[in-house]
Design a protein around this ligand. Structure first.
Ligand SMILES: CC(C)(COP(=O)(O)OP(=O)(O)OC[C@H]1O[C@@H](n2cnc3c(N)ncnc32)[C@H](O)[C@@H]1OP(=O)(O)O)[C@@H](O)C(=O)NCCC(=O)NCCS
Length: 224
């Protein structure tokens, strides 16, 4: 089977209730450049094996992710909020192993202004469903730092099961941290529920929306 046919089985874009997941394109570059100025987003891109050079020049990242798609090595998709038409993050299946039919890592980041709306959960759920469905994978793995409570919550909410812990796997800000290893089998993917934001999240969202409001917001304006 040709490499192209492997990923070609998955119709793109993927439409979820609120999001469009599509291949990154040149049109994403200015927006990515802005979002990657936030260290929390940039760190996640780093964890996703993207070089510092690509973080400075997102056009390289876009070109590389399209090459990876053609080779069927990795699938990395832009996450677009359909209500605003804005790119709000990335979600990916890194390390597509077509021999053993497994995915080395579900990866994701959402720009901080959009945190807490369930976007990471929604994008990841639909991508995992595609991995087990159209791509016929047997397992999807993922990893999160034990200090990354939000990411751990996303994985647990999807149904990922903790399978191990790499002690002192990485050093962040001079502090060694453990990496928690997760795996998901098709029957463990929890039913997807669009979730209503809590009162606290609604307040956070309203604040974020106010901060985003001016059309002329300076590039790289900091989100919460
Ligand atoms: C991790 C990340 C993708 C989550 O994005 P998100 O769209 O806010 O995620 P969701 O809204 O789908 O879910 C967030 C979860 O965190 C929970 N949460 C919210 N605030 C929290 C907090 N302060 N502490 C712990 N959990 C929190 C939410 O309740 C939700 O859990 P639930 O689904 O069990 O209710 C986002 O924070 C991010 O991009 N972080 C930086 C990059 C990163 O860490 N990527 C992952 C690398 S492993």
């Amino acid at each position: 089977m040709t490499v192209a046919r492997r990923l070609g089985r998955l119709p793109l874009p993927i439409e979820t209730p609120r999001l469009t997941l599509r291949l990154p394109a040149a049109v994403d570059v200015p927006r990515l450049r802005r979002l990657l100025r936030d260290p929390r987003t940039a760190r996640a891109e780093g964890a996703d094996l993207h070089s510092p050079e690509e973080r400075r020049r997102p056009e390289l990242m876009v070109a590389r992710t399209r090459r990876e798609y053609r080779r069927a090595d990795h699938l990395s998709l832009s996450v677009v909020d359909r209500s605003s038409g804005e790119l709000v993050g990335r979600v990916g299946l890194r390390g597509l192993d077509w021999t053993w039919r497994k995915v080395e890592s579900l990866s994701y980041w959402i720009a901080p202004a959009w945190w807490g709306q369930g976007f990471a959960t929604e994008a990841s759920w639909y991508l995992c469903r595609a991995a087990f469905g159209a791509l016929r994978m047997r397992r999807v793995a993922s990893q999160a730092l034990d200090a990354n409570a939000r990411s751990l919550a996303v994985l647990r909410r999807l149904g990922f099961v903790e399978e191990g812990r790499e002690r002192r796997a990485v050093v962040v800000g001079g502090r060694p941290m453990d990496m928690i290893l997760f795996g998901l089998l098709p029957e463990e993917l929890r039913p997807f529920e669009a979730r209503a934001p809590s009162a606290l999240e609604r307040r956070t969202l309203a604040r974020a929306a106010r901060r985003r409001a001016p059309a002329s917001a300076p590039p790289g304006c900091r989100r919460p």
